[in-house]
Write a protein that binds this ligand. Structure first.
Ligand SMILES: C[S@@+](CC[C@H](N)C(=O)[O-])C[C@H]1O[C@@H](n2cnc3c(N)ncnc32)[C@H](O)[C@@H]1O
Length: 553
């Protein structure tokens, strides 16, 4: 952290070039670093900070120094690295830029380590992020930066051998060569954490995604949702904050854009507690043919979806996107539901999604910091906060699965097996004889629910319920399956043991039920398909439902 002296020096320097911030005081503390505090309350449209263009560091300046025109940010980074690390003065039209910017450069954090972007953490520290959204992105950043630096060096005819080793955490000591990858990494970290978008200065060039450095305004910390305005007028950067909510003595925040903790962590090296803009990614993998079928079915998948992964974005506002729910439902479509999206698919999809979310949460819960390794304590704390905010989002999505499932059950009121058995008390009473209990929860605990369902479905068919009976749709579904099913050898093998464990024993012991109608092995196989088509098990309480086909919009 910088000392008060270098901050005062910077403030004096900026004022001598015409910067204005009379109602702002800048302070340094251990947790917040440098930050701005409101000295006097002012009216809403009064600027808090004005910085003249003369002290910006811009791509145009870099272009003039190097006499090159390409690529926009990389030359700016090189200029910054030159201003900090080059022992020789950087001159422009005979004037020394090094002297001009000395108070600003001297104030900036000295090393990548101090700036703290995860891309420059030690390998052991980076491993702490494994399994989060940040991990693959931070690996890419470092590699891309290395490529950018390499091409810049070729441009300057300074081509380094490609086997230059990327150091674990570039040290950025003052003795570094200004053209080194380490110096470039330092400049990148400074730009990443402090630069403003170029299009603010050149409104006509919105496509320019590079940045410029604007001293003083870059001393303000960030808060999501803070109402601030940035404008470039009369050759100056004008910063206004909605000072309505700020009292004198309180911190003035900037707003770097409402960002998720992954973005804040990777680009600024911190995270926010209770971040309202938090997002996370749920990546699901399916085969290419499934993706084709999903597209054909007309479901929208996130951009870039492929067999390598479909990345659904979960946010605090929308923890469970509709497209994700539909996709999960589609994965459980049966051939009898071709071109349809049914309540059963929807419930089954939600239930499976809940399992996936539960396993993500369990992975977050079981995460532990290894005992050894080159790891800074502050980094551990930061990663813990980041992981905890990501876990909360998965947790929220998980809880939402439960509440959506509950409201669907309340809305469509499907027939529970419990209720269905009340319609056929004769069958229900025999359950104690067959399974040792007629309590469904005990039967479920013994893992015998499937047998109850098969027997009950065969029974429903043999009962031939009347048109207005709540059990009628079960026998209708049975008939439907019977008319179309093609029984294979595998089906016979699958049900053989179970069938012979129950029959002819049941037909002999309870003939009033199991000797009336068709209780053949074939009938059990048909009932098995009926179970697939109509049964839904609510995992929260183990309750079994028999669903009539409901097609959802
Ligand atoms: C533009 S600078 C702001 C001034 C900075 N505090 C300093 O000491 O120079 C951005 C850096 O400030 C820190 N920062 C900004 N907002 C923060 C916040 N809300 N919580 C923690 N750190 C923050 C981060 O290190 C970030 O990379």
């Amino acid at each position: 952290m910088k000392f008060q002296g270098s901050l005062e020096n910077l403030l004096r320097w900026s004022k001598s070039h015409g910067a204005y911030f009379d109602n702002v005081e800048f302070a340094i503390d251990r947790d917040k670093g440098v930050h701005g505090i409101l000295k006097n309350e002012i009216s809403l449209d009064e600027p808090l900070i004005i910085v003249p263009e003369a002290i910006f560091i811009t791509p145009e300046l870099a272009k003039r120094v190097f006499g090159l025109d390409n690529p926009i940010d990389d030359l700016s980074l090189l200029l910054l690295a030159k201003l900090k690390f080059d022992k020789k003065e950087t001159l422009i039209d005979g004037n020394s830029l090094s002297k001009m910017y000395e108070p600003y450069i001297a104030f900036l954090p000295d090393s990548c380590l101090e700036i703290g972007l995860p891309s420059f953490w030690t390998d052991d520290e980076q491993e702490l992020l494994k399994g989060t959204d940040a991990y693959p992105r931070l690996k890419r950043t470092r590699e891309e930066l290395f490529e950018r630096w390499n091409s810049l060096m070729s441009l300057l005819n300074e081509q380094k051998k490609l086997d230059v080793v990327m150091q674990e955490a570039p040290l950025c000591e003052n003795s570094l060569s200004w053209k080194s990858f380490e110096a470039f990494s330092w400049a990148y970290s400074i730009y990443c954490t402090r630069a403003f978008p170029n299009f603010l200065r050149k409104q006509s060039e919105r496509s320019i995604n590079g940045g410029f450095l604007c001293p003083i305004v870059d001393l303000l910390n960030h808060k999501n949702g803070e109402k601030v305005t940035w404008t470039c007028e009369n050759n100056s950067f004008v910063f206004k904050a909605s000072a309505k909510h700020i009292r004198s003595g309180e911190e003035i925040y900037n707003n770097y854009g409402n960002k998720s903790n992954t973005d804040l962590l990777l680009n600024y090296g911190f995270v926010l507690n209770d971040n309202e803009s938090e997002t996370t990614t749920l990546t699901l993998k399916v085969e290419e043919r499934v993706i084709e079928a999903v597209n054909k079915f007309g479901l929208k998948l996130p951009e870039g979806s492929s067999a390598n992964g479909i990345c659904f974005n979960l946010s605090l506002v929308t923890p469970l996107p509709k497209d994700l729910l539909r996709f999960m439902g589609f994965l459980h479509q049966l051939s009898s539901e071709k071109n349809q999206y049914t309540l059963r698919m929807h419930l089954e999809g939600i239930s499976r999604l809940r399992d996936i979310l539960a396993s993500r949460i369990a992975t977050f819960r079981s995460w532990k910091v290894g005992e050894h390794g080159n790891i800074n304590k502050k980094t551990i704390e930061l990663v813990k906060r980041y992981r905890s905010s990501q876990k909360s989002l998965f947790q929220r999505a998980y809880e939402l699965c439960d509440s959506i499932e509950k409201s669907l059950i309340q809305k469509y009121k499907p027939l529970s097996l419990q209720k269905a058995l009340k319609v056929d008390t004769e069958f229900a009473q025999r359950l104690t004889f067959i399974f040792g209990t007629n309590k469904l929860d005990e039967i479920e605990k013994k893992g015998l629910s499937d047998q109850v369902l098969l027997l009950f479905i065969m029974r429903c068919r043999n009962l031939r319920p009347a048109g207005d009976s709540p059990l009628r749709f079960i026998s209708d579904t049975y008939e439907n399956v019977r008319a179309t099913i093609k029984i294979t050898k595998e089906d016979v093998l699958e049900y053989s043991d179970l069938y012979h464990s129950l029959f002819p024993y049941l037909s002999q012991k309870i003939p009033e039920i199991f000797a009336v109608g068709d209780y053949s092995a074939r009938s059990m196989i048909i009932a098995g398909t009926v179970v697939d088509r109509i049964v839904f098990k609510r995992k929260v309480n183990g309750e079994l439902y028999l669903l009539q086909k409901v097609i959802l919009e």
